[in-house]
Write a protein of this length. Sequence first.
Length: 125
Amino acid sequence: MRAKHFIWIFLVLLSAGFLLSFSSKASMDEGEEEHPDVDYTISCMECHADETPDETAAWKSSAHGKMNFGCYICHGDGVENFSAEPGVDGCITCHSSNEGCFKPDKADRCFECHDGHSLKTKKKE
């Protein structure tokens, strides 16, 4: 009798744990991910200089890097939101008022022409 009681409690707790873990993933916005193994005692650049050196160098030499435009502006803070491959919403927020710099008909496709870190126009193949 005691074993059956234990099994039922175990199954209820297991089910509750499964449902909670599933619902927390489902509640994240589309495109958002969890940043893996973040060490919040160092800056993004300190870690990514080793982890993604090409992207880091491209960003540093870009207009955004020269202005020290933080990684979190596009990628999120890594705590409450994070996107490894952010969309163009951040671009539109800052660049929609820049005449000649922003083309509304291509607003949803910035990264088709521009590299995400260097911001340079990609070479046509």
